[in-house]
Design a protein around this ligand. Structure first.
Ligand code: 6PG
Length: 236
């Protein structure tokens, strides 16, 4: 995995936004539509804000979510709400990307099943291959809603979406893409910023054989890149 270290979180966000834009532009040269899988949490907020300032043929982009909390789309814990507030709210109807959100308002099992169907339809009965997948890292080593201590049960699943019981803050069930689904990408961008991520970034880099989700998710059709700011890279 390539690692890029930027001085500040703002610079890291700018670098990531440019990477995403470039990959989307390239994809659209040879295909009618491009696809991007979004991360929740807060690290990518400045990335989404920078994307919202860029000029791209956004209406040719399909947006997916790597995970969602089991709450309605207007709830403060909703990843969809976070993305809408930081990026999508600026488009008029029909102007922006097409959004395939996870229906967090439904019972988690139902939402997972429904999202699996959405992905299957999108991939014309196969799992889709995404142009870009974005992943954050929690200080406990989770990514999307894949937690290191529950990884084995998830890897065993051949389905693409599952629901994960609560047990981590915020205390709600989560619906997540599995490593199998997330690996089907042409570019995976992992981002961590801030000193509170320094220890887990060190652990993940130092022990690539350890079963951290980030290490288990391969990039089947391209490359995986880790973008850090100086604080998150503080122990490397
Ligand atoms: C979520 C995420 C999750 C997140 C990491 C990092 O819904 O919580 O998708 O995997 O990316 O926990 O979160 P922060 O960016 O807030 O540190």
């Amino acid at each position: 995995m390539d690692t890029v270290i930027k001085s500040t979180a703002t610079e890291a966000a700018g670098y990531v936004a440019n990477l995403i834009a470039e990959q989307i532009r390239q994809a659209l040269e040879s295909r009618p539509r491009a696809s991007l899988v979004l991360a929740g949490g807060s690290t990518f907020k400045p990335v989404y804000r920078q994307l919202s300032e860029m000029t791209l043929p956004w209406s040719r982009l399909d947006l997916f979510f790597g995970d969602e909390r089991n709450v309605p789309p207007d709830h403060e814990w909703s990843n969809y709400r976070m993305v809408r507030e930081n990026w999508l709210s600026r488009y008029q109807a029909g102007e922006g990307p097409t959004v395939y959100r996870i229906a967090g308002e439904l019972p988690a099992e139902t939402a997972a099943k429904k999202y699996s169907e959405v992905l299957r339809n999108y991939g014309e009965n196969k799992l889709p291959v995404y142009d870009v997948v974005l992943l954050g890292i929690g200080s406990d080593g989770h990514t999307a809603s894949l937690f290191p201590n529950r990884l084995e049960e998830v890897i065993a699943k051949r389905v693409e979406v599952i629901n994960v019981p609560a047990g981590q803050p915020p205390e709600v069930e989560r619906i997540t893409l599995t490593p199998l689904a997330l690996s089907r990408s042409r570019l995976i961008v992992i981002t961590a910023t801030g000193g509170e991520k320094a220890e887990i970034v060190f652990q993940i880099q130092r022990y690539p054989e350890a079963r951290y989700p980030i290490n288990v998710i391969e990039c089947s059709y391209g490359r995986k890149i880790l973008v850090l700011d100086r604080e998150a890279a503080g122990r490397l």
